[in-house]
Write a protein that binds this ligand. Sequence first.
Ligand SMILES: Cc1cc2nc3c(=O)[nH]c(=O)nc-3n(C[C@H](O)[C@H](O)[C@H](O)COP(=O)(O)OP(=O)(O)OC[C@H]3O[C@@H](n4cnc5c(N)ncnc54)[C@H](O)[C@@H]3O)c2cc1C
Length: 502
Amino acid sequence: MNVDVIIAGAGPTGLMLACELALAGVRTRILERRTEPQRDSRALTLHPRSLELMDQRGLLDRFLALGRTVPGWHFAQLPTHLDFSALDSRHGYTLFLAQARTEALLAERARELGVEILYGHEVVALSQDDDGVEVRVRGPQGVGTLRARFAVGCDGGRSRVREAAGIGFPGTDETLTGVLGDVAVIDDDPAVLGAARARGILVAPLEDGLTRLVYVDPERMRVPAREPVAWEEFRASLIRICGSDCGVAEPRWLSRFGNATRLAENYRSGRILLAGDAAHIHFPAAGQGLNTGLQDAMNLGWKLAAAVHGWSPPGLLDSYDAERNPVGRAVTENTEAQTLLAELTLVPQYQRPGAALRQLLDELLQIEEVNHSLAAQVSALGTAYPPANPGADPLVGRRMPDVGLTATGSEATRVYELLHEGRFVHLDLAGDPQLGAAVAGWGPRVTAVTVTKRDDHPDLEGVSEILVRPDGHIAWATRTADIVTRRDERHEALSAWAGTHS
Ligand SMILES: Cc1cc2nc3c(=O)[nH]c(=O)nc-3n(C[C@H](O)[C@H](O)[C@H](O)COP(=O)(O)OP(=O)(O)OC[C@H]3O[C@@H](n4cnc5c(N)ncnc54)[C@H](O)[C@@H]3O)c2cc1C
């Protein structure tokens, strides 16, 4: 089968991207080096914006059925947690779900949409010309060459694709490592686990009866991440940190991870793009890596589909780097800040001032506005892309809230249901009898509805029309009541985002 896009890597980012591309009718193939799907639990947290994305594609129930929700998550392991439930979202919580499960659900969806996932196929080299990308692959039948119009490196932190594309990955090497262990048996005495938590050990129940413990042991924190964790080391560290081994037994997975922090110089070089850990790596503080990768994929999918289908307005594909690279930078910076806050308590000469600083920050987190601001960042609900036009409505670039509505010609009861097909959604909130004819030229790229009734939302006060991008961010909004001005602005916005009128 000839394909339009080859994705290297069937991790969460590659799978999510494949789903988005296939939904948009792009022939997509994933090449995965591993010979079988992920079995390790790895990342645990799906934060609110990722859950909203699943909701926008009608997938959320599959995830909720397997995971467990918690109302917020930590920042730098400070005692006062970020309160996601106070944020403006139907999904103001974190879902605990092992990465292996997340990947399995995304792979299932990708296959339903016709994506081919080839395990045991390693991308070994890549080159591009004006028309496409040539990918050298080592598979069970030996080394061969595949061609596609675009290739995307979702192949993790040591990305071969990034290297072949000559994209720099500046940043800092690992200086500190932590350890995680998934165990089947643990002392369930609240006093024991409370003591562990009080000494900075993260204790989180997994969905299948296992418990995840994560810690940084001052005596072992300079051990390189590549060094395996022995069971005796794991238990000895727990005893050193909190005075007991917490009754752990029957380890299922032990791993060491580091704080190397790097960000790709560009997420695009011609026909080659990067997403997920291939574009950004950092300490897994507050569980943001997988989430950021899913959100990269959601931003890239429809833009790359537009390029493949030939209707992409100028600059659309470049806006992927322009929008997502700053998000990657912000995540790497907040994880560096969190790592430093943890390290301060581990290095003897900083322990006292470090504890004082942490206490100060914890007190600040108890202030609603502070907690809200940081929660918006870690949950990614606060992510907004700067508008190209400085005079744009303040809504432009922000995520569309999932307001309840009734709309003519649609059975949807809220905005996110209108996004299930991955198209633009045009909401006419003020009623223009010519709306249908006006957007008809954009055909299947745009779902246009006239809203007859909607829930109140402070951000939508006085708004007469909104164009929502396939990734759920607002492309254009207007508050003008003048129908002629609205029509002109609407035509301009649709042309700028959804390509030329046919
Ligand atoms: C201990 C730990 C805990 C974490 N906890 C969280 C958490 O709670 N929440 C969170 O959001 N994030 C967490 N993360 C981060 C998260 O695991 C990563 O950010 C996430 O896996 C990135 O997904 P990805 O698809 O971009 O890359 P990866 O998951 O690394 O997937 C890349 C895929 O590409 C394949 N591949 C590599 N090279 C090639 C090649 N040449 N050809 C073909 N295939 C190739 C690999 O086999 C792999 O399957 C954690 C990470 C660690 C280490």
